[in-house]
Write a protein that binds this ligand. Structure first.
Ligand code: PBG
Length: 327
């Protein structure tokens, strides 16, 4: 029975670095990374984001240096968020032709034409109440009146030069509305990356500091998903693909690795996973305290997301991970 030649001996495949590398099932590649950038108004701004060590808000004039570095590291794409100078109830800064993201896209495309520029399409950074859509008098989000504004935002991003638009408002029908808006403006070639399974998560906390986008009243539970639901996420994924999504996203990543795996199984389009701000902050805080080995933790986090089935990983670790790959 316990014959040493036949019973399972996993350690045979772990003996040396070369053997371990030969049988490694998951490999990280910078090709699959997307790096988020917070673009803010003003001149020569590089404002560190306190809960996200290493990440800063940048003004448009500081983007060239940033994207030159990103491109030189071999990271193919960025995801843009805007922090406008002023906000109002209808989030007009989000779809202004010379809005912050529109200006940022033009700047990045002139500095690095081959970089894949992706833009977040949402209203929460532009509305004075901080919700992802416009509000009814009773304070609820008005789903159907928000849709044309999201479409207008997407068209304005594409007209500035964006390659991919990524709607994150979690309004029902947003993918169909944006696809129709893009088509009727003649932008039939634009890639749509849908935040399909976007959960109502505590792990967006640091982002809301970074983007100044926390809701002033209430929360996002009437439009973002309940963390307890998995099957419902697959309905969202299927609906977004049917409405015209080219890529579907699961967000956050680490607390939802099962959802990434399920999405990989039901979807024949690429699956992206968003390793969100709170996940980044937790790792950094523990590392700063000397409680974990930062470099190993970064690679382990990204490898887990890849192993779960993500084709694209959106992560604030993208730049620092490059020299760590294949260590
Ligand atoms: C906008 C948006 C959010 C994030 C991405 N797009 C915040 C939110 O929904 O409150 C979070 C990203 C992160 O935490 O890194 N709706």
């Amino acid at each position: 029975m316990s014959n040493g030649h036949t019973f399972h001996r996993g350690r045979r495949l772990r003996r040396t670095p070369a053997i371990r590398s030969m049988v490694r099932e998951t490999r990280l590649s910078p090709d699959t990374f997307m790096f988020p950038i917070f673009v803010t108004h003003g001149k020569n701004v590089r404002e560190p984001i306190e809960p996200m060590p290493g990440i800063a808000q940048l003004s448009v004039d500081n983007l060239k240096a940033e994207v030159d570095e990103i491109a030189s590291l071999g990271i193919p794409s960025v995801l843009l968020f805007g922090i406008p100078e002023s906000k109002d109830s209808r989030g007009t800064g989000g779809y202004a032709k010379d809005g912050i993201v529109q200006n940022a896209v033009r700047e990045i495309k002139s500095a690095q034409p081959d970089l894949v520029v992706t833009t977040d399409v949402c209203m929460c950074e532009y509305t004075d109440h901080g919700h992802c859509g416009i509000l009814l008098p009773n304070g609820e989000v008005n789903n159907d009146e928000t849709l044309p504004l999201l479409a207008e935002t997407a068209v304005s991003h594409v007209e500035a030069g964006a390659d991919i638009v990524a709607p994150s408002a979690m309004m029902d029908g947003q993918i169909a509305a944006i696809r129709a808006g893009l088509d009727s403006a003649g932008h039939t070639e634009t890639t749509l990356m849908a935040y399909a399974a976007k959960y109502s998560s505590a792990f967006y906390g640091p982002f809301r500091v970074a983007a100044d986008s926390a809701p002033k009243q209430g929360d996002r539970r009437s439009y973002q998903m309940d963390p307890a639901n998995g099957r419902e996420a697959m309905r969202e994924v299927r609906a977004d693909i049917a409405e015209g999504a080219d890529i579907v996203m699961v967000k956050p990543a680490l607390e939802y690795l099962d959802i990434i795996r399920m999405a990989r199984r039901v979807s024949e389009v690429p699956v992206a996973a968003y390793n969100v701000s709170g996940e980044y902050s937790m790792l950094k805080a523990a590392a700063q305290n000397g409680w974990i080995d930062e470099d190993r933790a970064i690679i382990e986090v990204l490898t887990s997301i890849s192993r779960a089935g993500a084709d694209i990983i959106i992560t604030y670790h993208a730049k620092e991970a490059i020299p760590l790959i294949d260590g």
